[in-house]
Write a protein that binds this ligand. Structure first.
Ligand code: GLN
Length: 289
């Protein structure tokens, strides 16, 4: 911990922000690496006196900010961390940075199963950093979870994140494409969740540079119409779900009706589009009979 005057810190902050970038990314850096939370930062503005403790010196923080501005690398990758729900997760460019809108998927599970649900077997397809599965494994210590990812490097990060967030052992990771590693779990799953790659090819090309250049294409691109992986997941889901088992999918803002149709055509009932906090039909859910 280093001690510096609040006045010096605030003038340094002003200088950094004048170079460009958005305030949110700057506050993220100051929190993650500097150890000064957003609320502390706001308090300093109201009462700019005295000294404060900071974890790293201003030159070091400034060099990360500079790197972010020059290379447009997402600040989360430069800090090696992101926050998602109440989790602090390690992220590298091997995994998609979990998005805030995806946080709601856990609330959908709470809504369906209640917060005190007893033993249940769930799976996540394409876990990336492990965010969704870890949140569920922690919220439901009696549940058993399995999660896949096609990328071994991503699974290593997910495993590390699980070990760092918990003492629990109710989540296991498997490497493979969608359902492939789950052959021995046919007909056994009560719940399957996935936030698969769903960006249509032409939209992918128009994504911001920092996404296209740094985040794994494999985790974003869903083929020409964006539904390639969602189709595969839905078509095989009846083989793996138990009777009355649930499937919860995240999809692109305009895919809800198509995903709904796919679910209905594959024998799902209680099919519903669930909106995210911006009012976008971001999730589609259904029960297998
Ligand atoms: N929501 C992410 C984005 O818009 C996409 C995630 C995904 O394809 N599953 O960048």
């Amino acid at each position: 911990m280093l001690s510096i005057s609040v006045e010096e810190f605030l003038s340094w902050k002003k200088k950094q922000l004048s170079k460009g970038g958005d305030y949110q990314s700057f506050a993220f850096l100051i929190d993650c690496i500097g150890g000064i939370s957003n609320s502390h930062l706001n308090l300093l503005k109201i009462n700019p006196v005295g000294d404060l403790y900071i974890k790293k010196n201003l030159d070091y923080l400034g060099s990360i900010w500079e790197d972010h501005l020059l290379s447009s690398t997402p600040i989360q990758y430069l800090c090696g961390i992101t926050f998602w729900r109440d989790l602090k997760l390690k992220v590298t460019d091997k995994v998609l940075i979990p998005r805030p809108e995806t946080e709601l998927i856990v609330d959908i599970v709470f809504e369906i199963f209640g917060k005190n649900s007893q033993k249940l077997f769930f799976a996540e397809l394409g876990t990336g950093s492990g965010a969704i599965s870890i949140a569920l494994a922690l919220a439901y210590p009696l549940w058993e979870g399995i999660a896949t990812d096609i990328d071994q490097d991503a699974l290593e990060i997910a495993t590390e994140n699980f070990i760092d967030s918990s003492e629990q052992s109710n989540l296991r990771f498997y490497c493979g494409n969608w359902w492939t590693p789950f052959e021995s779990f046919k007909g056994k799953l009560d719940l399957v969740i996935s936030n698969p790659p769903y960006i249509p090819g032409d939209i992918y090309e128009k994504l911001p540079e920092e996404v296209k250049k740094f985040e794994p294409k494999l985790a974003l691109m869903g083929g020409y119409d964006g539904l390639k992986h969602i189709r595969e997941i839905i078509q095989k889901a009846p083989l793996f779900l138990r009777d009355k088992g649930w499937l919860i999918l995240e999809n692109h803002f305009d895919q809800g009706n198509k995903v709904k149709e796919l679910l209905t055509n594959n024998g799902f009932t209680l099919v519903e589009i669930v909106k995210d906090l911006s009012g976008v039909g971001r999730f589609t859910i259904g029960r297998y009979k």
